[in-house]
Design a protein. Sequence first.
Length: 126
Amino acid sequence: MNTEIEPRNSAAAEDSKLICASEDIATLTAELMTVRATTPNRIVLDPDKVEQGLAQLVLTVIELLRQLMERQAMRRVENGTIDDAAIERLGLAFMRLEERMTELKETFGLSDEDLNIDLGPLGKLM
């Protein structure tokens, strides 16, 4: 026996119907009930780990932006669209950012590898 599951939006209902066998739904329901039974109703968060996780996320984004900005600066240098004074200012800014990133990584107990998060099938971030 096949069961049709239609979206609530009736306009989209014609274009996107999901047809599956009733045993598929039963299997999925059983798996969901198993996950629900083994997962606590309330997630207990350790404040220290939340802080470190947030720091890891923020520092990862900052590191990604830093790398993008460095690449853009290098392209501008190679194309000759930036003067020597601007090159000096950018170099100094990147050095200070790197120093501050090192301090923050030490504060939160993170390494460079911790900032290179795994995106699953997309691979490593950096």
